[in-house]
Design a protein around this ligand. Structure first.
Ligand code: FAD
Length: 458
């Protein structure tokens, strides 16, 4: 039997690592937090403080009827320290939660540095093996720009298909928002049954789409993003290369017959299921660097996608992330080594609040392990799949490993199981399920804390 670990060592004091540290410490667990700042920074970080927001100061929508809002509601209910600090340092932003980034990072740093159970160590970690050899229990949360020795060390641990360096995601749309009267199910030449949903374009529609793509605004490219896989060009680059390049590439119409016209379309964009549930469809071959607003406008020119609701936008950027379904088990625990957890963007979740959520789950798992909880009790601490937190945690372990790409919180991950529910009632149904699931986790957390102590959560 393995000895019970005494201390949790967390590497990386970003959003996930800071939340994990404060979560474990709230259970009275000793935490070592290893962070290379301020002596060394990733190319995106510039402040000496922990929990730095590297880009926007918005943590997105705070309305509970949205996926992002529901996620925050769950985190508040579970007593997330970073969401509490975000609330305390918020700036007016309509229905969104935005923060004064300096005050936010300072408050997180002060809370960590002042915590009696947390010891901060300023050091760059270069070897996962060494860390596992030395430490009782480890959470790695070094983020999308994990570099140098540690990146290679994690890759050696996971195998070459276990850790990716670059993220090329095509937009993903909600199944219910696709105009099925302008689309048809088929695979090219009938091979593979009806796996694809095909969106045909006439000559004029194709020309308009191509012109819009070539003229559209692109997201700013950071120096560290200036690398493309040669086999993975953005769709707008293909459009720029020539009038017919897309028609001979991802939009080729060969082997397809449009049931409306009875003939081959001029061009055809294919959609592929992103999740087995069929709630999310990705635009095949459309990885892109267009700004999010431009993605809505330009892909909205495709007749079947005029009303499309984007669950996740396309991105192409430097991003270290694990192939979660191959590497991770429940609660972001390594499948191969029991005392190793991952948290944050490295797990294959994308976004500030998603990083915080994974930090809370991993921190809680680590605390429970240190407190001697068994596998059943620890599993009960993972929010169930019908909560937004649970749906995200399931995505990284249960998605298709062959096409795994990072995911943000969205309702495509939270299907309304087999029921036809009126649009206006959906938010309440989801919220009720989420509340029930989170209440169950809270009960387990209180059990772990022991009778008479209910300092955790609201
Ligand atoms: C350029 C960029 C812009 C982004 N913009 C947004 C946005 O606007 N909105 C959004 O929701 N998401 C955004 N993201 C995605 C993501 O939400 C953030 O990257 C988020 O900060 C991830 O949290 P994390 O805790 O996993 O990693 P991070 O917040 O990056 O934290 C990782 C920490 O680990 C430390 N570290 C790294 N390597 C080591 C090492 N070897 N040893 C010790 N310490 C180490 C780093 O210094 C850092 O403090 C962006 C990502 C990038 C790269």
């Amino acid at each position: 039997m393995n000895p019970v670990p005494k201390c949790v060592t967390i590497v990386g004091a970003g959003l996930a690592g800071s939340e994990a540290a404060l979560t474990a410490a709230r259970f009275g667990v000793a935490v070592k937090l290893v962070e290379m700042k301020p002596g060394e920074q990733t190319p995106a970080h510039s402040s000496p403080l922990f929990a730095e927001l590297v880009c926007s100061n918005s943590l997105k929508s705070d309305r509970p009827e949205t996926a992002q809002g529901l996620l925050k509601r769950e985190l508040r209910a579970l007593g997330s320290s970073l969401i509490r600090i975000a609330d305390e340092t918020s700036v007016p932003a309509g229905g969104s939660l935005a923060v004064d980034r300096g005050r936010f990072a300072l408050a997180v740093t002060e809370e960590i540095e002042g915590h009696p159970f947390i010891t901060v160590i300023e050091e760059r970690v270069d070897s996962l093996d060494l860390l596992l050899e030395k430490e009782d229990l480890v959470i790695v949360s070094t983020g999308p720009l994990t570099g140098g020795g540690l990146y290679e060390s994690i890759q050696q641990f996971t195998g070459s298909d276990g850790l990716h360096f670059f993220d090329a995601v095509a937009p993903i749309v909600d199944a219910q928002s696709i105009d099925h009267s302008r689309a048809f199910f088929a695979s090219r030449y009938g091979k593979g049954g009806s796996d694809y949903l095909n969106c045909p374009l006439s000559r004029e529609e194709y020309k308009g789409f191509r012109e819009a793509l070539t003229g559209a605004e692109k997201a700013v490219l950071h120096d560290f993003d200036k690398v493309y896989f040669k086999d993975c060009l953005p769709i707008e680059t293909l459009a720029e290369r020539g009038e017919d390049t897309m028609r001979y590439g991802p939009l080729r119409p060969v082997g397809l017959t449009d049931p409306v016209t009875g003939g081959r379309p001029y061009a055809c964009l294919q959609l592929r299921k992103e999740a087995r549930s069929g709630t999310m469809w990705s635009l095949v071959g459309c990885q892109t660097r267009l700004t999010f607003a431009e993605q809505r406008r330009v892909f909205g020119l495709i007749p079947a996608l005029r009303q499309a609701e984007f669950l996740r936008y396309g991105v192409m950027h430097r991003n270290s992330f694990l192939n979660g379904p191959r590497v991770l088990g429940k609660g972001f625990q390594s499948r191969a080594v029991e005392k190793l957890f991952f948290a944050g963007q490295l797990t294959g979740l994308e976004g500030y609040v998603e990083a915080i959520a994974s930090g809370l789950v991993a921190g809680l798992q680590a605390a429970a392990m240190i407190m001697g909880a068994g596998i059943r009790e620890r599993t009960a601490l993972i929010p169930p799949k019908n909560t937004m937190m649970g749906a995200l945690a399931s995505w990284v372990t249960e998605a298709d490993p062959a096409s795994f790409q990072p995911m943000n919180a969205n309702f495509g991950l939270l299907p309304l199981a087999g029921r036809r529910i009126r649009r206006k009632d959906r938010a309440k149904v989801r919220m009720d399920a989420s509340d029930a699931g989170i209440a169950q986790v809270l009960k387990e957390m209180k059990k772990l804390l022991g009778e008479g102590q209910d300092s955790y959560g609201s």
